[in-house]
Design a protein around this ligand. Structure first.
Ligand code: ADP
Ligand code: SR1
Ligand code: MG
Length: 418
């Protein structure tokens, strides 16, 4: 079927035309269609048979523009091909952490997947102050599996290069290059500042030469270091959760890039949540200590468990290989040291990318509700300054930290844990 933008009125006929949907729905006569897209780029509909509510799907369609800006900002629909390919890969590598895909069409820029109605977007739940005991375990598994198994540490050279070629996601990488690594760090028309931030606050970031170099270095890594298949936009709005389950959605920014980019996105978002909850918990009439402790524990556990799971996957592969992976005649490689050195580099990248991802959310077009929805603009500015301070320190000193606990101490210095 040639491309057309689906509407609640045309959706049902479209579904009727798909074999897999005729199997899934026993009847199309009484479908409820709700548009739930709250993202920046696409449209998402939840469609349920009112007569048999277990017959339900989520349908996502890309439109040929950037939704958050409008039709004036053209964007090809190619992003849906990358989303479909990445969702399929995630399902293979992390079956419990990715949605089930029922149908996809590159021509229509559509993916039809499991309706995760028993889960909610993590960002909203964190804003409400909910705790997820398995989050760090699940996210560290997602990160270790997706990053390890798509890298040269696991794939053959030919397989890896073939995979890289399937994920040349130039348009969305360009969005990241502009909106994450460039515009927030200069005077740019797409920027958007809280009016309570002063010129001095803005200059703290935009006129610091060392920081500019650090951000440029991270941008260069993003553009050139094709280490693994990344989700590409792994903020806490790309994760759905309930008490026991975690599902990673929305990988349309997927491409081959530096591993630390995904880990940094997740951790950087949690640091912003940590800062915001010094204030948010008080709005709920609660002492912030307990919830903020959970956020910091989740950050440290995510990194530490990722490091250990990634190391185990690699060690197993090294031991399974004959001869030892990366062993050379005339001198046996110190496999453990090699793994430690590699993970040190991933840690430094993680901090550098977390920093860029945090700072872009303060000055850039796309904000995070954790901070931007705070109505008291003075309070919001105070939290924004903390975020900028942590961002600047991590970007410029990313090589100096030896463990995540040191970074957490820094966050606590900026905003004491209470
Ligand atoms: P975008 O690419 O525009 O950012 P997302 O993939 O983030 O879109 O989806 C937008 C919203 O749609 C999500 O925040 C979530 O509320 C909802 N959503 C997306 N996928 C599903 C799903 N499989 N089940 C239920 N809701 C979903
Ligand atoms: C203008 S680009 C908007 C942002 O939305 C996505 O979720 C990505 O984070 C992107 O940078
Ligand atoms: Mg998206």
């Amino acid at each position: 079927m040639p491309y057309e933008i689906l509407t609640p009125e045309t959706l049902v006929d479209y579904l009727k035309s798909i074999d897999a949907m005729r199997t899934l729905f026993s009847s199309f006569d009484n479908l409820e269609v709700i548009e739930v897209g709250d993202g920046n780029l696409n449209y998402v509909y939840l469609i349920t048979n009112r007569d048999t509510v277990t017959e339900t799907i989520a349908l996502k369609q890309a439109v040929p523009y950037l939704r958050v800006v409008g039709e004036s900002w053209a964007l090809t629909r190619e992003r849906m091909r990358f989303e479909i390919q990445a969702l399929e890969k995630h399902k293979l590598l992390c079956p419990d952490l990715a949605p089930e895909i029922y149908y996809s069409s590159v021509e229509m820029s559509v993916v039809i997947m499991e309706n995760l109605s028993n889960q909610k977007i993590l960002r909203g739940q964190i804003i409400e102050g909910k705790v997820f005991p398995f989050l760090a375990d699940h996210m560290s598994t997602f990160l270790a599996n997706t990053l390890y198994y798509t890298s040269d540490l696991y794939l053959s050279s030919g397989e890896k290069k073939q995979a890289v070629s399937q994920f040349i996601n130039a348009e969305l990488c360009n969005l990241t290059e502009e909106f994450v690594f460039t515009n927030p760090f200069e005077k740019h028309e797409t920027n958007n500042y809280n009016e309570e931030l002063s010129e001095k606050d803005i200059d703290f970031i935009q006129t610091d030469g060392s920081l500019k170099i650090a951000v440029a270095e991270m941008k260069y890594k993003f553009m050139n270091h094709a280490e693994a298949l990344l989700h590409g936009d792994l903020h806490i709005g790309s994760v759905m959760t309930n008490e026991n389950e975690t599902t990673v959605i929305d990988p349309e920014f997927a491409f081959y890039g530096p591993m630390g980019f995904d880990i940094g996105a997740f951790i950087g978002n949690l640091f912003m949540s940590y800062f915001s909850h010094g204030y948010r918990q008080k709005l709920f009439g609660r002492e912030p200590l307990e919830y903020r402790t959970w956020i910091l524990d989740t950050i440290s556990s995510t990194w530490n468990q990722f490091e250990s799971k990634f190391d185990s996957l690699w060690e197993k592969h090294q031991n399974d290989k004959d001869p030892l992976y990366f062993d050379y005649p005339g001198g046996a490689a110190d496999a453990k040291l090699q793994r430690q050195t590699f993970l040190k580099h991933v840690f430094s990248d993680t901090l550098g990318f977390a920093a860029c991802k945090m700072m872009r959310r303060i000055f850039g077009l796309a904000k995070v509700a954790d901070i931007a929805d705070i109505e008291d603009l003075k309070e919001r500015a105070r939290i924004e300054r903390m975020t900028l301070e942590l961002g600047k320190a991590l970007a410029t000193q990313r090589d100096q930290y030896t463990c995540i606990e040191e970074v957490i101490e820094l966050a606590k210095t900026i905003s004491p844990l209470q």
